[in-house]
Design a protein around this ligand. Structure first.
Ligand code: SF4
Length: 367
């Protein structure tokens, strides 16, 4: 499983049925996709499309937009037409916007059964409209908006409560013959969320959208998402992911993409291997590593670049990497494929690494 089967660290991916979100397949053997959500007012079409373009450039596969008002619903058509990646409309409270989103040509619609009143009466109509237009759905169960009946039954949003809600809603759609949906059972607590998804994965072959809801600011949310997604993906659970951060959504895409890369679930891009620094360091490793990361951010080739503070592990790591530097005495030894190619003053390390990175990227046809 994954891109490094020889190391056998991932369980086989759980077989889920495949659905289409616009042109992106989710589930089955489709690559695990990365999603994010815009923070602009959806009816501000220019700003929303601008943010979608930034997310697309950052590697986002699917984008979700909020649709709380009539004005937002009216904007969906242009946004869906002009976005280069599939757009999912996020609907709470009002079934009428589900129909508007389907008609607007969105790739999918996220519905939250917990807060759409009289939702169950509308399921057959929603299924028909979605089928007619080839639109898929996400049943998005969320701890913060769990069906009040289940909240009463379980006392809180337990994994059992989240799963019962999801399975019940799934059965309503399936009874109408509609199967093109994925499911999420989000919770802000990593352990509860992981357990809910494990239980849900046992209950059916629905494609699963992973998310830790309200994960927090970037530092905390990144760790929560990495812990939760890492656990589930290692068990073969999860078909599409969304990292939720109280931060610009491009950061969500960067975290989600890197998480998949580091787990061997998506081809690796540029990677910086840098030491933490210690009392032996003869250079400011932190600043150097940040400068190298910033300087090489536009390099598209999947290079591994080592930035090491001294000669203890420096030459070894630099040799293992495609490109590297080991610092000492105000100078940096530059390594290319394990060979020292030159020694430069400290203030020229970044530009020299960039020069070689560009040459290597060109050789690899990825400049
Ligand atoms: Fe310390 Fe050198 Fe190791 Fe960096 S490479 S952590 S400076 S011993």
């Amino acid at each position: 499983p994954g891109l490094r089967p020889e190391l056998n660290v991932l369980s086989p991916r759980k077989r889920t049925r495949q659905i289409q979100v616009g042109g992106v397949a989710v589930g089955g053997d489709a690559p695990i996709s990365v999603q994010s959500m815009t923070t602009t007012k959806t009816h501000d079409i220019g700003s929303t499309l601008q943010q979608i373009a930034e997310l697309t450039a950052a590697g986002c596969d699917i984008v979700r937009v909020a649709c709380p008002t009539d004005k937002d619903a009216s904007a969906l058509k242009i946004i869906a037409q002009q976005s280069r990646i599939p757009v999912i409309a996020d609907i709470h409270f009002q079934p009428k916007y589900v129909f508007a989103a389907i008609e607007a040509g969105c790739g999918a619609v996220r519905v939250n059964p917990g807060n759409i009143r009289k939702f169950d009466d509308k399921v057959a109509d929603i299924c028909k409209a979605a089928s007619d237009c080839g639109v898929s759905l996400r049943i998005g169960v969320n701890a913060g908006s769990l069906d009040p009946r289940l909240l009463k039954k379980y006392g809180s949003a337990t994994p059992e409560a989240l799963v019962e809600s999801a399975v019940w809603e799934a059965s309503l759609f399936e009874e109408c013959g509609f199967r093109d949906f994925k499911i999420s059972v989000k919770h802000h607590d990593v352990v509860t969320m992981v357990r809910a998804y494990q239980m849900l994965a046992e209950r059916g072959d629905w494609p699963l959208h992973l998310g830790v809801t309200e994960a927090g600011p970037a530092f905390q949310g990144t760790i929560k998402s990495a812990a939760a997604f890492g656990t589930l993906l290692a068990q073969g659970i999860g078909d599409t992911i969304r990292v939720s951060l109280s931060a610009p959504p491009v950061e969500e895409v960067k975290v989600g993409s890197k998480l998949l890369e580091f787990m061997g679930l998506r081809p690796r891009k540029l990677e910086i291997v840098s030491c933490p620094s210690c009392g032996r360091a003869q250079v400011d490793v932190w600043t150097l590593a940040e400068s190298v990361e910033e300087g090489l951010k536009d390099v598209k080739a999947p290079l591994r670049v080592a930035v090491m503070g001294c000669v203890v592990n420096g030459p070894g790591e630099a040799r293992e990497a495609d490109l590297g530097c080991a610092s000492g005495n105000g100078k940096g030894q530059i390594f290319v494929h394990g060979q020292v190619v030159e020694t430069v003053p400290e203030d020229q390390i970044v530009e020299t690494l960039l020069k070689y990175a560009n040459e290597m990227a060109e050789e690899m046809g990825e400049a």
